[in-house]
Design a protein around this ligand. Structure first.
Ligand code: OAD
Ligand code: ZN
Length: 236
């Protein structure tokens, strides 16, 4: 059977789908991924695991923000066909939830309500001294390091390397993975924890991986499609 036909059959027969997404779902909205062909890791001498780490944030705050503002500013970006397809699954009552590693907020912008942002979001920012909250616009439009009225440094609510993931979202994500009959993995290299642990702990009927490049978990999947997501979504 043709892979798209198989995918359609899996989705038709599924009642509880969990979708797990990475940067690849947003490249067609004009946001660069990290490790793909044109990923941001190709444009920096410093590995992203260091650039967006907690240590780098505190020790090189200015350089951190230079990079952050260049690569994480997606305020003017819009959802694409993949975000809207996931929203359609929600409307059809088939979606348990979407677990995303993305911090761009595009699943919510597409109207999806069951979104678990396990790497945080650019849309929440807080002063490290007094806790006052600031908008993403304030942070991205500030000159240099964004500062609070009190003089404190503002930090985005994006999970940096060396930082723990948001407990509630991670807990809820594990529950969804346990409950799902189908897990669809979209646009992620599956190289960052706990991405891999969700895939290995999934025990439902169908594991589907759709990604341009191969991933270390392709061998464990029931269906693997190596193609551009928009190509696949258009056929669905
Ligand atoms: P990666 O950049 O590691 O992987 C994105 C994957 O998407 C690549 O394997 C691409 O081949 C694929 N891809 C890109 N465009 C695609 C398209 N149009 N159709 C299909 N596939 C496409 O991104 P993630 O796996 O999300 O952390 O990276 C995980 C984490 O690493 C990120 O959340 C980020 C980074 O550290 C934070 O921002 C906190
Ligand atoms: Zn403050």
């Amino acid at each position: 059977m043709d892979k798209i036909e198989k995918l359609k059959e899996i989705i038709n027969n599924s009642k509880k789908i969990v979708v797990f997404t990475g940067a690849g779902v947003s490249t067609e909205s004009g946001i660069k991924d990290f490790r793909g062909k044109d990923g941001v890791s190709k444009y920096t001498d410093i590995p992203i695991e260091i650039l967006i780490s907690r240590t780098y944030f505190y020790e090189h705050t200015e350089e951190f923000y230079e990079y952050y503002k260049k690569c994480f500013n997606c305020l003017d970006k819009e959802p694409n066909i993949t975000h809207y397809y996931i929203k359609k699954l929600e409307d059809e009552g088939k979606l348990l939830g979407v677990i995303t590693q993305n911090v761009d907020g595009l699943h919510s912008k597409a109207g999806c309500t069951k979104v678990l942002e396990i790497h945080g979001t650019i849309y929440k920012n807080r002063c490290l001294d007094c806790g006052k909250e600031y908008s993403a616009e304030y942070v991205f439009n500030s000159k240099g390091v964004p500062k609070c009225k009190c003089g404190g440094i503002i930090k985005p609510d994006v999970v940096l390397y060396e930082e723990p993931l948001p407990e509630k979202a991670v807990f809820e994500a594990s529950r969804l993975v346990r409950e799902a009959d189908t897990m669809i993995v979209l646009g992620t290299s599956l190289q960052v924890m706990p991405a891999s642990s969700y895939v290995t702990s999934f025990n439902g009927d169908n594991l589907v991986i759709i990604n341009l490049d191969s991933t270390p978990f392709d061998g464990a999947a029931d269906l693997v499609i190596h193609d551009k997501l928009s190509n696949v979504m258009e056929k669905l």
